[in-house]
Design a protein around this ligand. Structure first.
Ligand code: KG4
Ligand code: ZN
Length: 362
């Protein structure tokens, strides 16, 4: 039987964000009582990418303090909690272990149920943090570590419709920024540079667009960007042109595949809501084009507020609360997993290989 209300502490440590949140899920809706995110961007800046050992250490150093902060902010004593939820994968294993073992220690010490959450389930349910998005819906999860279409049919019911076969889209943004020597965080830097660029000045490919499925590929695009960057002197105008051409190519790929995914959902008589989540959903041009495409297909368009698009613990707490309400919990010997597909059946039938700098792609 469904519990009327559950209050859950959520923990997220799978990549380069250390996060904790306290959330209450009741028939009235979702109430995020407190949340904190500590980004590690600075810690990795020197190295041009995420260093797993540095990430794991930073999680260890910061997590306890963040948990103390959210518990205080929420005004909840341990006795008000109904459970503890932590990301148990997929991600960088050292980080995942840090968060999961902290959750296990709290669960054991306080006699609380543990929920081991799949990070992708957190993203999949994230639109429901801000508004009531009924199941089923179509999700495009597009971030630094993931790029996939998922039919979200209910809590624990996810069907992967297609995914990248190599790099995630956000990773391609980050690599492009690095190749062009743009300062600051990858995606936003490319978006800024693109404003002054002419996308027609550089010819870039749209890999896999000629194939009928929903799988995507971004590594060929990255190679083409490298070639374009080497072909002519990298003036500011050239950087802007390449950025604009790259951004347009990514948008073309994601819009075309989203159109196909919406057609598929419509044919199957499934829900008519299209959700985009993940850090790349912050890109204004991409967001506008996806929204227009959704409208064209008669789909409602939902993009969670940005703080819940990028990695956060509120989405992990929500997934934990939803699972607890269904009576689902996990044993204290649940292992941390570097790889953990959201839809195990599809992953077994059509495995996707490749590991990016942000961890394994599931
Ligand atoms: O969701 P997120 O914070 O982390 C992962 O779970 O991976 O996404 C981060 C990714 C990075 O690759 C970043 O470059 C990309 O999102 N990103 C953007 C923009 N803002 C962040 N990409 C394109 N345009 C943006 N404005
Ligand atoms: Zn994520």
């Amino acid at each position: 039987m469904k519990q009327a209300a559950v209050t859950v502490l959520g923990i997220e440590t799978s990549c380069d964000e250390t996060a904790a949140a306290v959330l209450r899920l009741s028939p009235a809706g979702v109430d995020v009582l407190a949340e904190q995110v500590a980004s590690q961007t600075e810690d990795h800046a020197l190295y041009g990418g995420i260093v797993p050992e540095i990430a794991a250490r930073a999680h260890v150093e910061r997590l306890d303090g963040l948990i103390r902060m959210v518990m205080q902010e929420a005004g909840s004593g341990w006795e008000t909690l109904d459970g503890v939820a932590a990301t148990a994968g997929p991600g960088l294993i050292g980080g995942v272990m840090t968060g999961l073992s902290t959750a296990k220690a709290i669960a054991l010490a306080r006699g609380l149920p543990l929920v081991a959450v799949n990070h992708l389930e957190g993203h999949a349910l994230s639109p429901r943090l801000a508004q009531d998005v009924p199941f089923p819906y179509l999700l495009l999860l597009v971030s630094g570590g993931h790029c996939q279409f998922v039919s979200v049919e209910g809590v624990g019911k996810y069907r992967r419709l297609g995914s990248t076969i190599d790099d995630a889209a956000g990773e391609a943004f980050d690599k492009t920024a690095k190749l062009l020597g743009l300062a600051g965080a990858g995606g936003p830097a490319v978006e800024r540079a693109a404003e002054k660029g002419d996308p027609a000045a550089v010819d870039l490919p749209r890999p896999l667009l000629d194939r009928s499925g929903l799988d995507m590929s971004f590594s060929g695009l990255k190679t083409a960007v490298r070639r374009a960057a080497e072909e002519a002197p990298l003036t500011d105008q050239r950087r802007a042109d390449i950025s604009a051409a790259f951004q347009l190519a990514v948008a073309d790929i994601l819009v075309a595949k989203s159109a196909r995914a919406m057609e598929r959902m419509s044919e199957a008589g499934d829900g008519r809501t299209f959700v985009v989540a993940g850090g790349v959903a912050a890109n204004r041009m991409l967001r506008a084009r996806l929204e227009a495409e959704a409208r064209r297909h008669g789909f409602a368009f939902v993009a969670p507020p940005l703080r819940w698009c990028t990695d956060n613990a509120a989405m992990i707490a929500l997934a934990g609360a939803e699972r607890l309400r269904l009576g689902l919990q996990d044993p204290l010997d649940t292992p941390a997993r570097a790889r953990w597909p959201l839809d195990e059946a599809s992953a077994a039938a059509a495995p996707v290989y490749g590991g990016g700098k942000k961890g394994a792609k599931a």
